[in-house]
Design a protein around this ligand. Structure first.
Ligand code: COA
Length: 265
């Protein structure tokens, strides 16, 4: 069998029984492209099966943890390709949330849209005091398509989730610590050392007990999740077809292309 090419948009580093997954598309604030989505899914499925890995830490290189789905890719997408992106996104988020290993998010910077939805799939969230998070899809005339409406309510409560969803506000990590989503807020330089220390601690626990605990927490919070995710999936697909969303998505991509032309002179 031919060897698989190394992933380009992320790295996986081992620290004993702890695996650190780092998104590495920093010039795009780690926005998720289609190839990146495939690499993330594959990395998490592989780590889930790896008997030498007990805990996974997830972080991003640069100013972004992950600034959401790649809006510039959206801008060129036919409706059917958008639908496909959403379907594959659901599998990616499941590979994280349902991973048999606990996943610790070490949120270093922007976690927006799909990036925040990824945070919502992690078991424990640590964040740098510099990080900012939110669900800005409404500004594009869309709704989150990666579980933000469902897991947002489950993990933040309906009032906070509604505020975030309806305003599209980007709030500092300290607010999410107040909300209880961020378990520990750290200085930026302390984030990874703390995440690794915590992961190391979890890595010594019984993997069977950890797996059961993850399942039990999910039981308590997401009985209606599959139906909610189906409904959310329908909403985002239908909104992508509206003129409002098409115009906002195109505007974002055109602004970026203009900056690129300016840079090139
Ligand atoms: N999709 C595609 N590209 C993105 C992106 C996204 N979600 N978020 C950021 N980028 C790109 C920018 O286009 C820019 O690339 P360019 O230099 O090639 O144009 C680069 O990342 C840096 O972003 P920039 O906007 O210049 O940084 P900033 O510090 O001024 O603003 C944000 C940071 C996060 C506030 C801003 O990038 C933003 O609003 N991003 C979109 C977030 C979003 O709506 N996510 C949900 C998507 S459904």
């Amino acid at each position: 069998m031919a060897a698989r090419a190394a992933p380009e948009s992320l790295s996986v580093d081992r620290h004993g029984a702890v695996a650190v997954v780092t998104f590495r598309r920093p010039d795009q604030l780690n926005a998720i492209s289609t190839p990146m989505m495939a690499e993330i899914t594959e990395a998490f499925l592989g780590l889930g099966r790896d008997p030498e890995v007990n805990v996974i830490v997830l972080t991003g290189e640069g100013r972004g943890f992950m600034a959401g789905a790649d809006i510039k890719e959206y801008a060129g997408q036919a409706d059917s390709a958008f639908d496909d992106f959403q379907t594959r996104g659901r599998a990616m988020y499941a590979a994280i949330e349902d991973n048999p290993k606990p996943v610790i998010a070490a949120v270093n910077g922007y976690a927006l849209g799909g990036g925040f939805e990824m945070v919502l799939c992690c078991d424990i969230v640590l964040a740098s005091s510099k990080a900012k998070m939110g669900l800005p899809e409404v500004k594009l005339g869309l709704v989150p398509g990666g579980g933000g409406t469902q897991r947002g309510v489950a993990r933040l409560g309906a009032n906070r989730a509604a505020y975030l969803l309806l305003t599209g506000a980007m709030l500092p990590a300290a607010t999410f610590a107040d909300y209880g989503l961020v378990a520990e807020l750290t200085e930026p330089d302390d984030l990874m050392p703390r995440a690794l220390a915590l992961a190391g601690e979890l890595a010594t626990a019984s993997p069977d007990a950890i797996r059961e605990l993850k399942t039990l927490v999910h039981f308590a919070t997401r009985n209606e999740l599959p139906a909610g995710l189906d409904r959310e999936g329908e909403a985002v697909r239908s909104l992508f077809r509206t003129d409002f969303a098409k115009a906002r998505v195109r505007e974002f991509a055109e602004k970026s292309a203009a900056r690129e032309r300016e840079k090139r002179g």
